[in-house]
Design a protein around this ligand. Structure first.
Ligand SMILES: Cc1cc2nc3c(=O)[nH]c(=O)nc-3n(C[C@H](O)[C@H](O)[C@H](O)COP(=O)(O)OP(=O)(O)OC[C@H]3O[C@@H](n4cnc5c(N)ncnc54)[C@H](O)[C@@H]3O)c2cc1C
Length: 503
């Protein structure tokens, strides 16, 4: 017989959002909370060491997902996500930035009410203690965030180059109010990564009202009629059932939450039938609207030796507009202090300028193929399927090339290796971009918040059509904001905690 336990809240997924919720809900000692995490409590040592983050996606701290072959590159794309306490915040690149305030306007266009930048501001602030002390930033949150104290000289030269060619110098590029270039805040404290587990969960672990189960893969949600009553999960090969007397909250991430809904009979009917899952409630939007930031890398060699990286490799970013008439920025440029692998030639000493369309309109989807919890999901973010995204990235590449041609970088003797200076024709550059990109690792949108036919949760994060079930992670983001997504997920989870706490 499976073990059976009862809690007020059962939270599925101990990543960015799950750690916030477990910590915030158990501040109320009358609430009993179970947090289930598929991965481990103990992660590889490299998690703590900021420059090592690129090695983590294929370690035990990652799920190792790949997309289906993409339309133009005809190749699958690695789509990393974290596995273990801290989730993706334990393997990510530690950039901490809100999207530009204008980029949240798309949320209300999808019907999400009360989720503008101004509405989110108190929750952004609640999550952080920003060492910059910049206007509008939080000062008492669990995350200590600030720019690196040891910036790489090559990246400072890139920043000088950007200012030299006319881009504004942002005071606080993490704050969501500015265009321009500047050092971005990082989740690094005293030289070590600060994940959601470090900042939120670890200080709460001793609370008697919090139970954390690791190595606990949620198989399916349990329903009585249309009410979600608990979760069936496996630990060490044994099946357990936990009951939630109040609510079940999914924080299994953009892939994990949609996957679990579908395995539990909530999703598009055709997908469920093909996967031989009994329909509990048809919800056509589950898994739809998967989208992400693709990134193109302009890889440069340098005659001067590039100093050894000390932080996260990407300490300085810029936000710019591909068209000056836009109401907000739609391109991010990130300067990276290593020469990334590229399709043209290996570079031993150099750096990279990453260019990403921040408001992509390309959309894809994800689905399950079976109720088997170990079956991998079918992931198709549909990168660059919209021609508009190609136009934007080409404009971004042109801006990056202006910066690379600055006097500040000429002093380093830099030369573009990939795509290569001969590739200037816009159509050919666009073609290069569509074939040679990677995921910027910000997938969102598979359980989108809103009120249209394809929304999955309402503005209070309740799953449409069933009771006792909410989702509070990156999957509910209906339209991706113009930044790396972690800060936004922290804010969503902070707000969810407020929505869930009995008043
Ligand atoms: C390599 C990488 C680099 C990134 N770099 C940055 C960056 O520099 N800055 C930034 O802002 N963002 C970055 N991101 C994105 C950011 O980290 C994520 O948007 C954010 O962490 C998502 O939080 P989440 O709570 O939605 O999901 P996650 O943090 O992914 O948490 C989901 C958790 O649920 C668990 N889970 C899934 N399914 C189940 C199940 N069935 N049962 C139990 N547990 C389950 C997972 O193991 C995981 O721990 C990066 C992401 C990656 C992967």
């Amino acid at each position: 017989m499976p073990a059976h336990d009862s809690y007020d809240f059962v939270i599925v997924g101990g990543g960015t959002a799950g750690c916030v919720l477990a910590a915030r809900l158990t501040e109320d000692e009358n609430l009993r909370v179970l947090l289930l995490e598929a991965g481990a409590a103990d992660l590889p040592d490299a998690v703590a060491y900021p420059p090592a983050w690129p090695t983590l996606a294929n370690s035990p701290a990652g799920w190792g997902d790949l997309t289906v072959p993409q339309r133009f590159s005809n190749a699958p794309v690695p789509l990393p996500r974290g596995r273990g306490l801290g989730g993706s915040s334990a393997i990510n690149a530690m950039v901490f930035a809100r999207g530009h305030h204008t980029s949240y306007d798309g949320w209300s266009n999808r019907g999400a009410k009360g989720w503008t930048y101004d509405d989110l501001l108190p929750y952004f602030q609640r999550s952080e203690s920003a060492v910059s002390g910049a206007p509008g930033r939080g000062t008492a949150g669990p995350l200590t965030v600030g720019p690196t104290t040891r910036p790489n000289e090559i990246l400072l030269a890139c920043l000088d180059g950007a200012i030299e060619v006319g881009f504004p110098r942002a005071i606080d590029i993490s704050g969501g109010l500015e265009d321009g270039f500047g050092p971005v805040d990082l989740n690094i404290v005293a030289g070590q990564r600060q994940s959601a587990a470090d900042a939120y969960l670890t200080p709460a672990l001793a609370r008697p009202n919090l139970t954390v189960e690791t190595g606990a893969l949620a198989h399916r949600l349990l329903f009585e009629s249309q009410r979600c009553t608990g979760v069936e999960y496996r630990v060490d090969g044994e099946i357990h059932r936990a009951t939630a007397t109040s609510e079940v909250v999914l924080t299994a991430g953009t892939i994990g939450s949609a996957q679990l809904l579908m395995r539990s009979g909530i999703g598009p009917e055709t997908v469920l039938r093909e996967a031989h899952v009994e329909v509990v409630h048809p919800l056509p939007g589950v898994g739809r609207n998967l989208h992400d930031h693709p990134r193109i890398n302009l890889v440069h060699s340098s005659q001067r030796p590039v100093p050894t990286p000390q932080a996260n490799h990407g300490e300085i970013i810029g936000l710019l507009r591909s068209d000056p008439h836009l109401t907000g920025p739609d391109v991010q440029i990130i300067f990276i202090d290593i020469p990334l692998p590229n399709p043209v030639a290996a570079v031993s000493n150099g750096f990279t300028i990453g260019v990403s369309p921040m408001l992509p309109v390309s959309r894809g989807s994800m689905r399950i193929t079976s109720a088997d919890p170990s079956a991998p999901p079918v992931l198709d973010p549909g990168y660059f399927t919209a021609a508009a995204d190609v136009e934007v990235v080409v404009a971004g590449i042109e801006a990056a090339r202006e910066i690379a041609a600055s006097a500040a970088l000429a002093r380093w003797g830099v030369a573009e290796v990939a795509p290569g200076v001969d590739l200037t024709d816009r159509a050919m550059l666009g073609d290069y971009a569509r074939r040679n990109f990677g995921s910027y690792c910000h997938p969102v949108g598979t359980c989108a918040m809103g009120e249209d036919a394809y929304s999955v949760v309402n503005s209070e994060l309740r799953v449409h059509g069933v009771e006792g079930l909410r989702i509070a992670d990156g999957s509910v983001i209906p339209v991706i904001p113009s930044a790396n997504t972690n800060a936004t997920v922290y804010a969503i989870a902070e707000r969810a905690a407020e929505l869930l706490r009995p008043s």
